[in-house]
Ligand binder design. Structure first.
Ligand code: AMP
Length: 421
């Protein structure tokens, strides 16, 4: 019986890989412009890292982690996100020693036991950035602009930037209580998830997708009315920096991130035509995280972009680059006698950095020419019995259909000139 890939996973097939590398090129380009360096961390970490770094009361930790015990009895987890891993690596490798502000980015797969649907998978890919070591609001603005500019660089236009502040451990407890006071009389009307969130993570009541919870949340007190002076000032400054660059944003009091370590700035970029899965990027400040995973108190801020959603958006808008397979030369070998000389010639061409291909099955001339056309060969070299005897090839220019005899020993140099033109 055929074994299919696990539910929620997708193969990235050769014809689509070019789309991924195109997006990755845009990422690397923009990160270089903003001064962010690539980091690659392991796909799995000690489960404890995510319990501490994401928060035990979050949906990700409670319901979505791929956790397993290895043969040595350790509890490991496939990373559901990469921020905790980057922070772990920052501490373990003492990256803080080289710079007060460390700016990193990553591209890689994340794993969550989510309910698969369009734009939601169990293995998905994120591009993310993290800036560690600086609490100044200008870093928040830089990070937000990087997220927006990345999406714009790909050609996406109907973007909406939502901005909020989720306060800090000083002001959030007061807000939490206000929120609980507000929701308490309505507890019975809340969905099951929100009833359990009510005590442990009441901020999450604000972004529940359930229609009734959502309606109730509309009237809830706003965290931005409860911010302490420091958080208020920080939030005002982030907005001032953003406003100065001309980027438009909407204040969204119900934007709360699902993870406990977020402080102050929270933001999301939505691409509206994607409908239910319109959130393409989400991030915020996490001044409490580094301490949470055992390091010294260190401010940090970052975001992650869901690359499958970005690709869906690009596809919807017809913004994906068209890729055409092409080869510099296709060698047509006719008859047994030509097989080995043709193969030798193909290897010589490849070693001279010319892309070359041939048929391995001894098909007819017509079938081989068909393959050459399918591969968009710029040239075709035909080798039959006569050409082998004369140590030459019949070289056909597929653009002009002109054909000429070229000595095999001169083919590489002849093509080096032609292919470069
Ligand atoms: P988060 O790490 O939950 O803040 O998510 C950041 C971004 O990753 C989201 O805005 C989505 O674009 C993307 N994302 C999150 N979960 C999934 C998933 N299961 N499948 C595909 N993309 C996802």
């Amino acid at each position: 019986m055929l074994i299919n890939g696990p539910r929620g996973t997708k193969d990235i097939l050769p014809e689509t890989v070019a789309q991924w590398t195109y997006v990755e090129d845009v990422i690397r380009n923009i990160c270089a412009r903003y001064g962010y360096h690539e980091i690659r961390t392991p796909i799995f970490e000690h489960t404890e890292l995510f319990l501490r770094g994401i928060g035990e009361t979050t949906d990700v930790v409670e319901k979505e982690m791929y956790t397993f015990t290895d043969r040595g009895g350790r509890s490991l987890t496939l990373r559901p996100e990469n921020t905790a891993s980057v922070v772990r690596s920052y501490l373990q490798n003492k990256l803080y020693a080289s710079d007060a502000l460390v700016k990193l980015f990553y591209i890689g797969s994340m794993f969550r036991y989510d309910r698969p649907q369009a734009g939601r998978y169990r293995e998905f890919h994120q591009f993310g950035v993290e800036a560690l070591g600086e609490e100044n609001p200008s870093v928040d603005a830089e990070i937000i602009l990087l997220a927006v500019e990345f999406l714009r660089a790909l050609g996406l236009q109907e973007l909406r930037l939502h901005l909020n502040s989720v306060g800090c451990p000083k002001c959030r407890p007061v807000y939490r209580e206000k929120l609980q006071e507000f929701f308490r009389p309505h507890l019975a009307e809340l969905c099951e998830d929100c009833q359990s969130r009510f005590e442990r993570n009441p901020l999450r009541l604000l972004d529940c997708k359930n229609a009734q919870c959502h309606e109730l949340a509309e009237g809830a007190p706003r965290i931005t009315d409860c911010l302490c002076d420091e958080c208020r000032m920080h939030f005002d400054e982030v907005q001032a920096y953003l406003a100065a660059t001309g980027v438009t944003f909407e204040l969204d009091a119900n934007l709360v991130r699902g993870l406990d370590y977020y402080t102050k700035t929270a933001f999301e970029v939505k691409y509206m035509p994607l409908g239910a899965q319109s959130a393409v990027a989400g991030g915020g400040r996490y001044d409490g995280l580094v301490e949470e995973v055992g390091g010294p108190s260190t401010p940090g801020i970052g975001f992650a972009v869901g690359l499958e959603r970005v690709l869906l958006a690009l596809e919807k808008q017809g913004l994906l680059p068209k890729v055409h397979e092409s080869v510099d030369i296709f060698i047509v070998a006719l008859g047994d006698v030509a097989k080995i000389p043709a193969f030798k010639l193909m290897q010589e061409l490849r070693m001279a950095k010319i892309s070359a291909s041939m048929d391995f099955a001894g098909r007819s001339m017509k079938a081989q020419m068909k393959q050459a056309n399918k591969k968009n060969a710029r040239f075709v070299a035909i080798l039959g019995e006569d050409e082998v005897k004369e140590a030459c090839v019949a070289l056909k220019d597929m653009k002009t259909s002109e054909q000429k005899k070229v000595a095999s020993k001169d083919l590489v140099s002849a093509l080096c000139v032609e292919v470069k033109n």
